[in-house]
Design a protein around this ligand. Structure first.
Ligand SMILES: [Zn+2]
Length: 538
């Protein structure tokens, strides 16, 4: 029977919170804009494939994640998780990693004023490979907000696993967009984790090298980055085996370069022992897993040959270490397969295996002709010979020997936050908005509820309606905004001394704060979506 869920035996129950925002699907195709304008098309339409993938959710405002449009209403997987619409990241929060100028530019540029920003576009690599589209900044803010809030909830022990498929944009640099990534939600999420955790492990299974994250943490041992990716005449061109980090971060960046066509068995034969050893040597306090699905067989841009189950095995394996886990999206350009993999992996996070058949849903036609969940490997040749993999694995393991046990970081000044002690001010953002600026629909939604114009009972009738007004927020819950905590002045560890070379665009985790010098308050909470409550009432 389609839509069945099977409990995985022996699984320890995890508290999962899931972030999504149906607005992600709405940025590119609005009414009257059935296509991205032709001048924004590129010869190689890869970015637009990605855009298209987000677009699939555009019709759906009814509590469904556009990335996985059948998780909620059809699979009822939402019942097993807490669902959140994150508060979008603010400019100030973004500048904890990104440069002020870059974020300012991103927040201003639109398709209609692009002509005024020619120089900036060139400097920030925006406009060509990374197109300008309506709502670009809102999209970045949602993506980053989800990862930051997921991290914040993990840090405060409000959940065991946080999922944000709109995140994972690993190529974005401090002052530059790259590979359809503008704001690096991963770096921002890790910075949030570093407020409370001494060591964070970042694992990247996207087909592309996780260059933006690696670069950000290249000179620190407080974050270890491990990327498995295609290497050799392939975007972004970095991620060599010998790139292992610098200064204090030496051997805390690991790269596993792959050839075309790696299959499940071979991937597993290197992924599991390497991660096992990383866990033993580094003993991270929290883990971030970027689950880019362009490493799946049949991806439009990818060249590896993982099946859905091979890809998901990485999630299963990482989860088995029972560390606070932030699961993020990333690349993925064969839309139907992205949805398949992330649906299955969401299931694994909650301790269930999804049945073979995809439930009938609004996008059912995309999943033909077999309408099954599995993404199968092809019969393409695996150019990664066992000898090659063994050799690379041994070198990576050799690098890991230098890690030599967890760094002796003491968390001396972790602030105790009175979690949930008080409600957030629902209108705090609104008060700061210029009334002449266009207000995002989300603000209007929120205001509707704050004004009491709609009550919950009013909403019951439109629970599956298409209006974004149907998507209301629960009470402000979860993470309160803490006061700027002065004890953070020395950084969570307060024991780091070597400043990174600024030319790398890396973060100075030693000079006072885990940030770009723009320390802001801990990420505040968004709104819980009352989908769960309604679904259970039905
Ligand atoms: Zn990718």
């Amino acid at each position: 029977m389609p839509g069945e869920l099977f409990e995985i035996e022996g699984e320890r129950k995890k508290r999962v919170c899931y972030f999504f925002d149906s607005d992600v699907g709405g940025f590119h195709y609005g009414p009257g804009h059935p296509y991205v304008p032709s001048h924004q098309r590129r010869a190689d339409d890869s970015a637009l494939n990605r855009v298209f993938f987000f677009l699939a959710g555009v019709k759906d405002e009814a509590h469904q994640d556009p990335h996985v449009p059948f998780l909620g209403n059809e699979l009822r997987l939402y019942k097993r998780m807490e669902i959140f619409r994150a508060k979008p990241a603010t400019k100030r929060e973004m500048t904890q990693f990104h440069s002020d100028d870059y974020i300012e530019f991103l927040s201003k540029i639109t398709p209609s004023n692009m002509g005024n920003f020619v120089k900036e576009q060139h400097k920030c690599n925006v406009g060509d490979d990374c197109p300008v589209f309506d709502g670009l900044f809102d999209y970045c803010a949602i993506s980053a907000g989800g990862s930051m809030e997921g991290a914040a909830r993990l840090s405060r022990d409000k959940c065991d696993i946080a999922v944000n498929w709109a995140g994972g944009l690993h190529h974005a640099k401090k002052s530059e967009a790259s590979g359809f990534c503008y704001v690096n939600d991963i770096v921002l999420g890790i910075l949030e984790l570093l407020r409370y955790h001494s060591r964070v492990l970042y694992i990247d299974i996207d087909v592309h090298h996780g260059d933006g994250v690696e670069e950000a943490f290249y000179v620190t041992d407080r974050v270890m980055t491990v990327s498995f990716h295609k290497y050799g005449e392939y975007f972004p061109g970095t991620g060599e085996l010998r790139d292992v980090g610098m200064n204090k971060g030496k051997y805390y960046s690991l790269n596993f370069p792959l050839r075309d066509g790696i299959n499940d068995e071979n991937y597993k034969s290197v992924f599991e022992p390497v991660i096992q050893q990383v866990m033993e040597s580094y003993d991270p306090a929290a883990v971030v897993l970027q689950c880019g699905t362009d490493s799946l067989a049949g991806d439009k841009l990818g060249c590896l040959n993982l099946s859905m189950r091979g890809h998901a095995n990485c999630v299963r394996f990482v989860k088995s270490f029972h560390k606070p886990l932030l699961l993020l999206g990333g690349g993925g350009y064969t839309m139907r397969n992205v949805s398949r993999a992330w649906a299955y992996e969401t299931g694994l996070a909650t301790g269930v295996e999804l049945g073979r058949d995809i439930p009938v849903n609004e996008y059912y036609e995309y999943f033909g002709p077999d309408y099954q969940l599995d993404v199968k490997a092809s019969n393409t040749e695996d150019l990664n010979s066992p000898a090659y993999l063994e050799r690379v694995k041994n070198i990576v393991m050799e690098h890991l020997r230098h890690v030599g046990g967890p760094p002796g970081i003491q968390m001396t000044d972790v602030p105790a936050l009175p979690i949930d002690a008080q409600m957030e001010d629902l209108n705090e953002d609104e008060d700061m908005l210029d009334p002449d600026e266009r207000r995002p629909q989300r603000m209007l939604d929120r205001r509707v509820q704050a004004d009491g114009e709609l009550s919950d009972s009013d909403d019951e009738g439109e629970a599956t309606g298409s209006s974004s007004r149907g998507l209301k927020f629960g009470m402000g819950m979860g993470i309160m905004t803490a006061p700027a905590v002065s004890t953070h002045g020395a950084g969570p560890s307060g024991h780091m001394t070597i400043p990174p070379p600024s030319s790398l665009g890396g973060l100075d985790l030693d000079a006072g704060s885990p940030s770009n010098g723009n320390l802001s308050q801990p990420k505040a909470g968004g709104r819980r979506i009352p989908w769960l409550r309604r679904a259970q009432a039905r």
